[in-house]
Design a protein around this ligand. Structure first.
Ligand code: GLU
Length: 349
């Protein structure tokens, strides 16, 4: 009898010790295809964000062996409807989770359309060096070969790994690990939807094992100057894409509408045609900061090349694509309107 008691006692102790060694991962669900439901397995059309978080977790075999998982629904939208309000809510919740030591890692499930934007926004606003990993899927949960469960498994394994700490915000997709700053959706429908045109993936994950090859330098984390605590909105910044013979209509209209900043998706090295150069000069004169980015997804936009930024009063995005440059300009404008300081941000983050 005594021996039996000892056996059960030791068994319970070792199970609880084992359980305690597993990291605690919080999944914050925002919607997207990963939570999408289609009419049948052989149809790709679906409603984004139809499945609740508990159904997502239940569809991933073995996920409970990686971590002690808990989930929260932050929003349930297709990421074409991602908003500044949801970004602020996400940022607040992640900072709170780490402040209160509620988890060792955070995973965010997200539609792929704007996942690259959310990843960069969080990489500028989360004030902790702890793991934050975004993922999603290209096929709805009901499709043949749905990719969501595998991506979610990998995201949890990555967030639970020691490699994910101090790496900034990460995005994992189809077994590749990207820096949140660098990741870009480069395929509209393929399962390998993300690449990082300037840096490539920084790591790989296979069978839940993480291997890193690079460490991101441009990350803000605890040194971030962008403390948005208490804010409920961000200064409005618009993006205008250039093309051959583009008229200045969009820039003029945005300025008239009172935007606080403009990012141009310019030609080549961020170039503007004559009509838009005049419109930008007028915008800058009216106190609207303009950042020159490029419609090209790799390479950088350099100061004082074909465009005379000193004369025009423009800022360059460095290697940020327009939708990421917009995020940095919105956050930068919460701190300063000084052009020199804004330009510094683009060379730092
Ligand atoms: N529009 C959907 C979204 O971004 C499709 C992209 C996806 O999740 O794959 O939520």
């Amino acid at each position: 009898m005594k021996k039996l008691f000892l056996f059960w006692f030791l068994l319970i102790i070792s199970i609880s010790l084992f359980a305690q060694t597993l990291p605690r991962i919080k999944i914050l669900a925002t919607g997207g295809t990963i939570a999408g439901q289609g009419a049948s397995a052989d149809r790709s059309a679906y409603t984004s964000g139809a499945l609740p978080i508990k159904d997502l977790i239940a569809a991933v075999p073995g996920i409970d062996k990686l971590a002690i998982i808990s989930g929260e629904q932050i929003s349930n939208v297709g990421s074409q409807d991602m908003s500044v309000a949801i970004w602020i809510k996400l940022n607040q919740r992640i900072n709170e989770i780490y402040k209160n030591n509620e988890a060792d890692g955070v995973v965010i499930t997200h539609g792929t359309d704007t996942q690259e934007e959310t990843a960069y926004f969080l990489s500028l606003t989360v004030r902790y060096d702890k793991p934050v990993v975004l993922t999603g899927s290209m096929r709805p949960a009901t499709a043949i070969s749905a990719d969501g469960p595998k991506n979610l498994y990998d995201a949890v394994a990555l967030a639970a790994s020691k490699e994910a700490a101090n790496s900034g915000v990460l995005l994992v997709f189809s077994e590749s690990i990207f820096s949140g700053r660098e990741a870009v959706k480069t395929s509209t429908t393929h399962v390998e939807a993300f690449t990082a045109p300037n840096s490539g993936p920084i790591g790989q994950i296979y069978d839940g094992k993480v291997v890193m090859y690079q460490s991101p330098i441009r990350k803000a984390n605890k040194n971030t100057p962008f403390d948005i605590t208490g804010l409920t909105s961000l200064p409005e910044v618009a993006i205008v894409e250039l093309y051959a013979d583009a008229p200045p209509t969009a820039i003029n209209a945005y300025v008239a509408a009172g935007v606080k900043g403009i990012v141009t998706g310019g030609l080549g090295n961020g170039n503007l045609n004559k009509a838009n150069t005049a419109a930008v000069a007028a915008a800058v004169k009216r106190g609207v900061p303009v950042v020159r980015a490029s419609r090209i997804y790799s390479g950088r936009v350099t100061l004082l090349d074909e465009t005379d930024d000193e004369k025009l009063g423009t800022i360059v995005s460095d290697d940020l694509i327009p939708q990421k440059a917009r995020i940095l300009l919105m956050l930068g404008l919460t701190q300063t309107r000084d052009k020199k300081q804004l330009q510094e941000y683009f060379f730092m983050y």
